[in-house]
Ligand binder design. Structure first.
Ligand code: ZN
Length: 361
């Protein structure tokens, strides 16, 4: 195991991970770009430094800190990327948290797509006197927002809204929780049937207090789900198909080899893709929408890694004793390199579109 520190910008090794000007001369050591230093081990710190243990001491000391922008770690000839911003990736079908706030990335992309198809089908209502739950999207159809404004003005106090607009991704997660008996959800509609997908429903706290005011202004409490109110006044449209269509278009933009019908119909084909989407959203930095997998510190982790590992194992490549554990570590990198070599691909240990395709993903 040869681990090397490459100096990629003139830097100063330090005895503490702080600004070098704050350290006395005996606690720092200047080093020029281009140098390579052999390491025993290294770890990242949480403040943009890496802690290194040298194979041969400098100034009598083996342990030093280096600013991560100025260095590169190379393990067995492979560069380890430091400070990768997104290190996890979870498929919607495996999302367990009771809060749907973790879906913000995918939600945002779906909402943006809806707005591209039909601008202003929904309007924000967080300019009203409301407080929002962590996962609530403050979006309603305009007539519903106007009626909500009247109800709030009528009562003259702030309304706490736990749920407003729900994307089909949020609704699918709630439905999954409901079906699995998780999170104490008494009832959840299958997407896209919920009125939350129409921008015509809210879930509120203090429903007893709000009920007379909401019902005076066109809203109606749902039997069996007291926190939930539907807007029944006129001038609205059924936009539930729009949220499905938005997802279908989004999927197709990022899955050129797995296109589905853009018909606004939520059938098994669309449901399967929705469940296989990553809650962080499609990666817009590469055309296929998948994360490019590479060795990072901390290790990249997630269902996308597991998928790649399972494909490798199926093709006879060992990814190490721990099997398909969802971590993109050294043994998985080595398996990818072997696979790339056998398939005549560029041997870089990085899973991008070309390697994915050859793996049948
Ligand atoms: Zn509701």
């Amino acid at each position: 195991m040869a681990t090397k520190l490459l100096i990629v910008g003139n830097t100063i090794l330090k005895q503490e991970p702080i600004e070098s000007s704050l350290l006395p001369p005996e606690k720092k050591f200047g080093i020029n770009v281009g140098k390579e230093i052999e390491l025993q081990r290294w770890t990242t710190t949480n403040n943009s430094h890496i802690k290194i243990e040298l194979a041969a001491p400098i100034n009598g000391k083996e342990t030093w800190f280096a600013f991560s922008d100025h260095v590169q770690i190379r393990e067995n000839g492979i560069d380890v990327r430091l400070d990768e911003s997104r290190t996890t990736s979870v498929m919607l079908k495996n999302y367990q948290s009771c809060s749907t706030a973790g879906l913000k990335g995918l939600d945002q992309q779906i909402i943006a797509e809806m707005n591209e198809i039909t601008p202003n089908s929904l309007v924000r209502f967080d300019d009203l006197n409301v407080k929002l739950g962590a996962a609530a999207w403050p979006l309603l159809q305009l007539p519903a927002k106007r009626a909500l404004a009247r109800a709030i003005a009528d009562r003259g106090r702030q309304m706490f809204v736990n749920s407003g607009y729900r994307t089909i991704a949020q609704q699918q997660v709630l439905f999954n929780h409901y079906q699995a008996g998780r999170c104490g959800i008494p009832i959840a509609a299958r997407p896209p049937r919920s009125n939350h997908q129409s921008g015509l429903a809210i879930d509120v706290e203090d429903w007893r207090g709000w009920k007379p005011f909401l019902e005076r202004h066109g809203w109606k409490q749902l039997a069996g789900d007291p926190v939930h109110f539907d807007f029944l006044g006129g001038g609205t449209r059924d936009i539930r198909r729009l949220s499905v269509l938005a997802f279908q278009r989004l999927w197709n933009k990022h899955n050129l080899n797995d296109r589905i019908d853009e018909d606004g119909f939520f059938g098994p084909q669309t449901e399967r893709r929705l469940k296989n989407s990553f809650v962080e959203g499609f990666d817009i930095s590469n055309p296929e929408g998948f994360r490019v997998l590479r060795l990072t510190e901390p290790l990249m982790q997630g269902d996308d890694v597991r998928q790649v590992q399972q494909a490798l194992i199926k093709l006879g490549y060992s990814v190490g004793e721990s099997g398909a554990d969802g971590f993109y570590g050294m043994e998985t990198v080595n398996a990818v390199r072997k696979f790339q070599q056998d398939k005549g691909l560029e041997v870089d240990g990085i899973v991008g579109p070309a390697t994915r395709q050859k793996l049948g993903l």
